[in-house]
Design a protein around this ligand. Structure first.
Ligand code: ADP
Ligand code: ASP
Ligand code: MG
Length: 422
């Protein structure tokens, strides 16, 4: 017998028929003798709909009230899934964030998880009751509902898995695993049997939204074994225990099983960033601290940063990217501090995309970035910004060229499915 946390994403919860399919998968896991907790997302599209209501109501919305609105989607699906499981003859109940409780900090709309109370949950699971937990939501220290950031149900699932010391956390979605690139963009993407935490972390952070980034870092820290697999399967499909999906594993585990590792693990695109340029900042110590300090205080993550070569007059231009959802707030904050910061103009562009190639092979091989720049240049794709880490190279380009760039890089690095067979 094992203890399994199963998470079902938005497409797997989109409507009562799909909820019924998920319920049958869950029932099968329980019948295999496991103790089961389930974490669910809102129905696909529902959170977007709720976010739009908030934006319409107030463009610079209060994050605490935003959380009240957007957390409601998961409340609906958790109740519906518990009802469906009951109708299949299973014992099941929902546990809302405040009922466990699932404690978080007070950073509304991107709250971090604190401690999860598990005593009552474990007791109920041990008694054969399936626990259905709405993902994405927790309880702030002020006793208010707090959400974990978009895609946060993955992180809820991993956090529950760590808290109940689960043997595995199965993330059910609409693809049957993690691919070398988004299979909806690259038809010749290949499914990976195993990916390391480190590579998955980079892939997720640069746009492979199959897993939320924070879920991967939490899994890595807590040693949670994650499997990504499809919920769109027939009733007689290979059981989850036989690991039909992609396993996220430690570097040692992968080294032992895959001698022929590819140099590049995957390619990802992210259209959710926006570019901001501040012109003619003073070229002196402390100038950029005045820009980024207030953004950090407002919990706005800055990603790529370029500071151009100072001009003759001791001035410099700074370009950086922020999540599109934070662009209005970031600009308002900087505008407020215009006198203090001393920039001349602020220019924004939200029609950009970040394309990244990821692979631990980069540590030991030169020329990865050069291949990327050459391949993009050959197709006339202009690079607006570049950033790198030890195992990743990212470029910012015009959003219209996203799909083209991802496909041509997938080919340039020899990742296309047919290349492997050749
Ligand atoms: P869920 O609603 O189940 O959480 P998501 O939409 O968040 O599902 O994530 C699944 C989607 O992630 C897939 O439909 C796929 O288009 C996308 N995706 C992006 N990159 C990858 C990748 N490298 N491998 C698999 N899927 C990917
Ligand atoms: N429903 C939330 C979202 O769409 C959380 C999730 O699905 O993981 O972002
Ligand atoms: Mg998701």
């Amino acid at each position: 017998m094992a203890r399994i946390v199963m998470k079902f994403g938005g497409t797997s919860m989109a409507g009562t028929e799909r909820i019924a399919r998920a319920a049958r998968i869950i029932k099968r896991q329980q019948e295999a003798g496991h103790e089961v907790a389930v974490v669910v997302s809102a129905m696909a599209g529902e959170t977007d709909r709720l976010v739009n209501f908030c934006r319409e109501a107030s463009p610079l919305y209060d994050p605490a009230e935003y959380d009240v609105v957007v957390s409601s989607g998961e409340q609906v699906t958790s109740g519906l899934l518990a009802l469906t499981l009951q109708s299949l003859g299973c014992k099941a109940r929902s546990w809302l964030g405040w009922q466990l409780p699932f404690n978080t900090d007070h950073a509304h709309s991107k709250a971090r998880i604190g401690q999860i109370e598990t005593a009552a949950l474990l007791e109920s699971m041990a008694a054969g009751e399936i626990a259905v937990i709405p993902g994405f939501q927790g309880l702030s220290p002020q006793g208010r509902v707090a959400t974990l950031g978009r895609g946060g149900s993955d992180t809820s699932a991993v956090a529950v898995a760590a808290a109940v010391k689960a043997d595995r956390c199965d993330i059910y979605t609409d693809v049957d695993g993690v691919y070398t690139s988004d299979p909806r963009i690259v038809t010749r993407a290949r499914k990976l049997d195993k990916v390391t935490y480190e590579e998955m972390l980079e892939l997720a952070s640069v746009g492979s939204k199959v897993l939320q980034t924070r879920s991967v870092s939490l899994a890595m820290k807590e040693g949670v074994r994650i499997q990504v697999l499809s919920s769109f399967v027939e009733d007689g499909a290979v059981p989850a225990d036989d690991l039909p999906g992609t396993l996220i594993v430690s570097d040692e585990e992968l080294e032992g099983s895959d001698m022929e590792r590819q140099l590049i693990t995957g390619i990802a695109a992210d259209k959710n960033e926006a570019k901001v340029t501040l012109t003619r900042l003073a070229d002196k110590p402390g100038a950029v601290a005045l820009v980024f300090g207030p953004l950090a205080d407002a919990n706005i993550n800055v990603d790529m940063i370029i500071q151009n070569v100072a001009k003759d007059k001791g001035e410099t231009d700074v370009t950086f990217t922020v999540p599109q959802s934070d662009l209005a707030r970031a600009m308002a904050l900087l505008e407020e501090r215009k006198d203090e910061t001393g920039f001349y103009r602020m220019i924004s562009d939200d029609h950009v995309a970040k394309i990244s190639v990821v692979g631990v092979g980069m540590r030991s091989h030169a020329g990865i970035a050069a291949t990327m720049f050459t391949a993009l240049a050959e197709r006339g794709i202009n690079i607006l910004a570049i950033s790198t880490s030890e195992i990743k190279v990212s470029v910012l380009i015009n959003a219209d060229e996203t799909e083209l760039a991802v496909r041509l890089l997938h080919t340039a690095y020899g990742l296309d499915a047919q290349d492997e067979a050749a």
